[in-house]
Ligand binder design. Structure first.
Ligand code: AHM
Ligand code: MG
Length: 355
């Protein structure tokens, strides 16, 4: 058949705009599983449970201004940051959606100090979930995009409740990773070791529909994302790199454009689509920067590498770092391959002649 259009609308009109096939997240997960003969359905069950949690969080995020869900509680999280109510809601929602499916043996979250156990009454599975329930939480009450980040590992312990050993694995061992942006629309981006695919939520039917198939991050971009308010705390190599990006270049490659939302997932997603670099370096006061290796940097590094980009702490590949603590921080340089390579050269002092 020449025309691959689809029937759309109550009257079943033949809509030319509907030529792209309609693929729900659920179907995509199922089809991915079928490519692995011998798969038990465990993994797709896990991802489907996660999708439900995300929809529940989206529902709360989208009415955050209507009900009194925003605003600080009197609690602080493990790192001493003020916990917002939405963080608590998202943390609990993910836990409640994931604790009883029989897919997981343990979880770890930015908002929980220790490991999150699977209750005794539920079966223990072969996977481990690490997550940041709400990333960019300082943006919640200003209606700026926020997100969630997920990493899924296979357990390394044999059976029973999962342990710290299961959670403290280097990122190269991730079985899957995903992030969500609750923005002008809600998008779910995931990778299970092949391509990186994005699904946009159609709120009218409550389904994530494939909107960004096989995302490939451009090899080089023209946008940098960094909190430049920290300029005076950076070392001279890093300052020189940022100065270099801002300097006029006769070839027109520079100056780069500065874009900083302050929500890692949103800053990263823009760079995934259009190219560019996100940086949160260490500085004199915080040598390991701000961001967390296990549930923020490693899952995003896994996705970016599968999209053709790179992620580094300035010297090492993020995915090679062996975590020693669930809440461990690391500097993060992530994005287009050539941009990350150039940033590393400056950080290591090799770009000084350029700057
Ligand atoms: P959070 O997970 O507590 O929200 O913190 C992580 C966020 C990132 O989304 C963002 O890139 C960064 O913190 C912004 O930090 P800063 O305000 O120091 O620039
Ligand atoms: Mg975060």
């Amino acid at each position: 058949m020449a025309d691959q259009g689809v029937l759309i609308g109550r009257e079943g009109a033949w809509h030319p705009a509907g030529r792209q096939r309609i693929m729900t997240l659920g179907r995509h997960i199922d089809e991915g599983e079928r490519e692995h003969p011998g798969a038990t359905g465990d993994f797709s069950g896990l991802l489907s449970d996660l999708a439900i949690a995300i929809k529940l969080i989206w529902r709360e995020v989208s009415k955050a201004g209507l009900i009194e869900i925003i605003g600080a509680t009197d609690c602080r999280n493990e790192s001493g940051d003020e916990i917002k109510k939405l963080d608590e809601f998202a943390n609990e929602t993910i836990y409640k959606a994931m604790d009883h499916g029989g897919h997981l043996c343990v979880m770890a979250s930015e908002e929980s100090q220790g490991l999150i156990s699977i209750p005794d009454r539920y079966p223990k599975g072969k996977y481990v979930l690490v997550y940041d329930p709400i990333d960019g939480s300082s943006n919640i009450d200003a209606n700026v995009s926020i997100g969630s980040i997920f990493g899924i590992y296979r357990r390394v312990t044999a059976s029973g409740p999962g342990t710290e050993e299961d959670c403290l694995q280097p990122g190269y061992r991730l079985a899957a990773a995903a992030y969500v942006i609750y923005g002008s629309s809600t998008i779910f981006v995931y990778c299970t070791g092949g391509g990186v695919h994005g699904f946009t939520l159609d709120p009218s039917v409550g389904e994530f529909l494939l909107s960004h198939e096989n995302i490939g991050i451009p090899k080089r971009g023209k946008t940098y994302s960094v909190n430049e308010g920290n300029y005076t705390r950076w070392n001279e190599h890093f300052r020189r790199y940022i100065d270099y990006l801002k300097a006029e270049d006769p070839s027109g490659e520079r100056p780069y454009t500065s874009r900083y939302i302050g929500s890692l997932v949103a800053d990263l997603h823009r760079n995934m689509l259009h190219g560019g670099i996100f940086l949160y370096p260490g500085d004199a006061t915080h040598p390991d920067g701000k961001l967390r290796l296990v549930y923020e940097c490693a899952p995003l590094a896994y996705i970016v590498e599968h999209a053709g980009g790179r992620a580094s702490d300035g010297r090492r590949r993020i995915l090679d770092i062996m975590p020693e603590d669930i809440h461990q921080r690391t500097p993060l340089i992530i994005g287009s391959e050539d941009d990350v390579t150039m940033a590393e050269e400056f950080i290591q002092g090799k770009g000084d002649s350029l700057g």
